[in-house]
Design a protein around this ligand. Structure first.
Ligand code: HEC
Ligand code: HEC
Length: 253
């Protein structure tokens, strides 16, 4: 008799723990479409930290990152950005950075999305691993956000790009999304904000979406560090496929 009452008790206890938030569902491995869950998980912060964590946190970094390979062409602050070694497309040496001035020969983080939260935390914080970045891990919430981003925020490059490198997605579905979400800041033609003022001519949304669709998609999904730009996934609740539609339409501007 005693044994039979054991299971329901456990179930009730679990239900209470879940309802008060002690147990969360953030152990999910695959990316999902539920905007609310993303928000709870802090994945927007993680996406922006991946982009340029020292800008998000307002801290200074010095010299070149110890893991940056000597044969790489960059130096200084940029070498601290996760994207500089692991890529905007999350597949490092197998993606956009397979050659050119950003080449490091380092693999991406995409394969690591199936690792446990504990393992990812260890990779990011263990001094022996070399990631170090004391200023970043001083607050465990930052590490948690990055771990969540790697486990839940990455998008499969094959769902974004065709084999010939062109972007999948439907520009006709992307147009109304662009006009309702982006146009108020970037203009209907995408050129209200000039991303590179040093360069002649305007480098707006259309220019960047064609020149670097991987970076543009990351910015669309998570926002731009240090600006009021929203995250299409978290703040606007768009599905992964809709963010690809937005990218495809952006390329036409
Ligand atoms: C200067 C280069 C550099 C920077 C910057 C960098 N990493 Fe790494 N990272 C590496 C190297 C090198 C490895 C080991 C890759 C290997 O095992 O081949 C690695 C491995 C990883 C792995 C494990 C990948 C796997 O599949 O085992 C994760 C996850 C990771 N990095 C996340 C991050 C995050 C998040 C950031 C930003 C906070 C970051 N890295 C910044 C160089 C870098
Ligand atoms: C609330 C205003 C706002 C909204 C809405 C907004 N953005 Fe932005 N966005 C900005 C600002 C500000 C910047 C930073 C511009 C700069 O650095 O010159 C930026 C930067 C960007 C960048 C990166 C530029 C770079 O230098 O790397 C891209 C790409 C971009 N936005 C595209 C979009 C798209 C597409 C949408 C709609 C999904 C969107 N933005 C919505 C304000 C906004």
């Amino acid at each position: 008799m005693k044994k039979r009452s054991f299971k329901p008790t456990l179930a009730v206890a679990a239900a209470i723990l879940i309802s008060v938030g002690v147990i969360s569902f953030s152990d999910k491995v695959s990316a999902h479409e539920d905007a609310k869950e993303y928000e709870v998980a802090g994945v927007k912060l993680g996406g922006q930290l991946y982009d340029k964590w020292y800008k998000v946190l307002g801290v200074e970094v010095s010299g070149t990152h110890p893991l940056y390979p000597p044969e790489g062409k960059k130096s200084g602050d940029d070498t601290y950005r996760c994207k500089e070694c692991h890529g905007w497309d999350y597949i490092g040496k197998d993606g956009r950075y397979r050659k050119g001035s950003h080449y490091t020969g380092i693999k991406g983080v995409y394969d690591a999305r199936t690792k446990s939260a504990e393992e990812l935390t260890r990779i990011l914080t263990d001094p022996a691993g070399g990631h170090g970045m004391k200023e970043l891990s001083a607050d465990p919430a930052n590490v948690r956000a990055l771990v969540t981003f790697i486990r839940e925020g990455l998008i499969d490059p094959d769902s974004v790009f065709n084999a010939d490198g062109t972007v999948k997605g439907d520009p006709a579905r992307g147009k109304p999304l662009y006009e309702s979400v982006c146009a108020k800041c970037h203009g209907k033609d995408g050129n209200n904000l000039d991303f590179d003022k040093k360069d002649k001519g305007v480098q707006g949304v259309g220019w960047l979406a064609r020149d670097n669709p991987q970076e543009t998609l990351h910015k669309i999904r998570w926002g731009h560090p240090g600006s009021k730009m929203p995250s299409a996934v978290v703040d606007e609740g768009l599905k992964d496929s809709e963010t690809v539609d937005l990218l495809k339409y952006s390329q036409t501007l």
